[in-house]
Design a binder for this molecule. Structure first.
Ligand SMILES: Cc1ncc(COP(=O)(O)O)c(C=O)c1O
Ligand SMILES: [Zn+2]
Length: 364
């Protein structure tokens, strides 16, 4: 199995320790999943690896790595909204989908030590799966990250470095370590195996719900769920499961919105923004590394990008909690953006909204 460079098309075996191509381009997988068909799903495996027929897995390493991630319920929240409860996960966020596949890959190629930067949840997932796999792990997180996420990461045995400054700077510090010390970068944005996990979000919706909803809301920071969703929907188009792209709506933070601004300016590049502190810490990404790739999808499929109103995140979180849904602020932001979308465009029935992170992970 090979990676292909997204810039110069160089091919390299996926066992490479290089985080990206020498030309600076990020890797893509040279892999095309077979046509999606429910008969190929292994119904006796109760985790995301039931979809392994559509993943580029190497060997059986996933069996020892899985923590029972995935198969989160889809609930009918009200007459218009389906919630996919992705905080029902081993580390309480959707990132477990990607981390399980990424760490299975690390195990398969014999990596024994990794570094990773994160706003909290991805680091938490990578730390947990490294713990399960017996891989040494060091996580870089920006200062201001909720202490509960830091405690969880430490509890899995990972070393935690809290980096002063914002999320983008934190990534720079971690990548310097990768460059200087040749560490393996088990990163959710760079490593293409991560998306092979996040695409199961859509597989599950189809298997559980029997069809794909018309309006699909997705938070968009670095785009790990977004890219997984688009990949899976493209596979479904290819397999004839759907005959057109549903209406995908990407949600950014009002205080950090490089994609929303790019679309406004019809640009192929994420806008240069100066992020302001936001409660939606999970999507506060000023410099998304797969920005051009994401914008290509946005224009190709006419995807709308909207921003979550910062002043409504707390009240939305409370309103959801009052109905039994206890999510973290970034996730409440996605729902607040859905409400804003309805105000702008009218009642939006048949909407799917991911509940990406659990309320217990953030402060009140
Ligand atoms: C709760 C939550 N929602 C959404 C996201 C957004 O994911 P991405 O940055 O991959 O777009 C994150 C990322 O950390 C998150 O933690
Ligand atoms: Zn290249």
């Amino acid at each position: 199995m090979n990676y292909i460079c997204s810039k110069c098309n160089t091919k390299i075996d996926v066992s490479t320790r290089k985080a990206k191509c020498d030309c600076g381009g990020l890797w893509k997988l040279d892999f095309k999943a077979p046509k999606f068909d429910l008969s190929l799903v292994d119904k006796s495996t109760w985790n995301i690896f039931r979809y392994r027929a559509f993943m580029p897995l190497e060997g059986e390493f996933w069996r020892d790595i899985s923590l029972g991630e995935g198969l989160t319920p889809v609930i009918q929240f009200d007459e218009d909204v389906l919630l996919k409860m992705d905080y029902f996960m081993p580390t309480l966020s959707f990132k477990d989908r990607g981390a399980a596949v990424l760490i299975a890959h690390c195990k398969a190629i014999g990596v024994d030590s990794v570094v990773q930067d994160s706003s909290g949840n991805a680091g938490n997932s990578v730390a947990a799966y490294c713990g399960k796999a017996g891989i040494e792990c060091e996580i870089f997180i920006p200062e201001g990250t909720t202490p509960k996420k830091i405690d969880m990461i430490k509890s899995h045995g990972a070393k935690v470095n809290v980096v002063p400054g914002g999320r983008d700077h934190c990534a720079d510090v971690c990548r310097k370590k990768v460059d200087d010390e040749g560490k393996y970068y088990a990163n959710h944005v760079y490593n293409p195996f991560f998306y092979e996990g996040t695409k199961t979000y859509i597989y599950e919706v189809y298997e559980q719900h029997g069809r794909i909803p018309e309006n699909i809301f997705v938070p968009l920071g670095n785009g790990t769920l977004f890219i997984g969703v688009i990949k899976a929907l493209e596979e479904f188009l290819d397999s004839g499961i759907i005959n057109r792209m549903p209406n995908v709506i990407a949600v950014q933070s009002e205080y950090c919105d490089p994609f929303a601004q790019a679309v406004e300016n019809k640009s192929r590049y994420p806008a240069k923004v100066t992020p302001k502190p936001t409660m939606a810490e999970g999507i506060a990404i000023g410099v998304p590394m797969r920005g051009e790739e994401i914008l290509e999808y946005i224009y190709k499929y006419n995807i709308k990008v909207i921003t979550a109103p910062e002043n409504r995140i707390l009240e939305t979180r409370q309103a959801l909690a009052a109905k039994g849904i206890y999510c973290e602020h970034t996730t409440a932001a996605t729902y607040a953006a859905y409400l804003k979308y309805c105000e702008l465009y009218g009642k939006t029935s048949d909407s799917l909204i991911p509940m990406c992170g659990a309320g217990l992970k953030s402060d009140h």
